[in-house]
Design a protein around this ligand. Sequence first.
Ligand code: NAI
Ligand code: MG
Length: 464
Amino acid sequence: MKAHDAMYTGGRWRSSVSTESIAVVNPADERIIAEVPAGNAEDVDAAVRAAREAFPAWAATPQARRAALLGAVRDALAARQDEIAETVTAELGAPPGFARAVHAALPVAVAGSYAELAAGYSFEERIGNSTVLLEPVGVVGAITPWNYPLHQVVAKAAPALAAGCTVVLKPAENTPLTAQLFAEAVDEAGVPAGVFNLVTGLGPVAGAALAAHQDVDLVSFTGSTAVGRRIGAIAGGAVKRVALELGGKSANVILPGADLARAVREGVANVMSNSGQTCSAWTRMLVHRDRYEEAVELAKEAVAAYPPGERIGPVVSARQWERVRGYIDKGVAEGARLVAGGPEAPRDRGYYVSPTVFADVTPEMTIAQEEIFGPVVALLPYEDTEDALRIANGTVYGLGGAVWAADDAEAVAFARRMDTGQVHINGGRFNPLAPFGGYKQSGVGRELGPHGLAEYLQTKSLQF
Ligand code: NAI
Ligand code: MG
């Protein structure tokens, strides 16, 4: 695979100060496909300086011009969709069809949405005798995970640029090649030098240096709760803005009047998608006791449609593979009933996990409380609606969710009582403009659409 042995800073690819490198592994065959530099604190500092220098001019650039440049970024991404999909398949292991339909296509839609929002957004408000100016926060440090390698980058960089901020990105060490493609698209689009900068590197080195840098005004992080907590503490100590998009353990609540077959099939599909590596995945399926065994059978049938290596790829790394299989072992040890899948590797090569269904899961089990981040669904029975609500709200997380009922009104009534940032009503589609983010320990702040743009603004009131 093509890779730059360089960082993208100040509008050019430049050699890193660090001489260390990161080997990028294809999780489908465990082969090394490329190497990229593992940046250190000096590399981060150079990128932050470039972003700081570029900030005043970019903040003062008319919004129509920023919008046009974001439109050009969108077009550059659209023109490279095949290359993006191939790269995501190579470094994440996503099946080609899913890589094209989601990993390559969704970022084009999101970048396009910010080109439009940047053009039409109102950066000024009147309140009584005041004019409120909505001004860019400054230099943004973006730290992204590997699960949606391009989407996670675009969901931070596009709104930051639309707002007039400049950006330093530290992408996940597992998927730096897709991030390099994004930097190429930004460069091709003619975004001014220093407005967007890329430093590849390890989390505890480059990520930590970026989060702690005194000249970074806002840190936007997506990843594990453990790292997010630390970044939140560092940002709090430095009194800088922070946005955290962390884990989830979302509930798929199937109420008695729902179309059970569809709800189970789509619920299983939701977890199998991206090998279960989705923070908002509906990993807990809640079914009324009366139809529970029927749902277990349906889930068992549904999961059989995901042969590893065909419709479902591997998980990203050996580490994640161990981690996911550890959770499956734990489910068995704590007494859940294994209905499909299990800890054994389904193929002798690659980090594949068998699509797994657990029944008789109780709310306090580890597999009902902790984020597994693999193709594992837990079916929990409930007694009545109040019980379903208690179970749904009974984790530290609150990111996504779904409710299926006889009609939308009944589903909405339940969704209003859920402690979570998003709920899909009777199979409603993902909306790339809807605010995305967590209640409780799933995070702070929102991404996507106008709410995502507002994260990168600060207000100044002028009194007349
Ligand atoms: P992670 O939180 O370690 O990695 C996410 C990003 O943070 C990467 O860019 C990484 O380099 C960076 N990072 C790591 N340590 C850092 C530090 N000390 N300071 C600054 N940046 C740092 O996530 P990891 O280890 O790859 O995955 C572990 C678990 O996290 C997964 O099993 C899953 O449960 C959760 N996760 C959640 C995601 C989400 O979308 N919310 C995405 C990825 C992982
Ligand atoms: Mg980690």
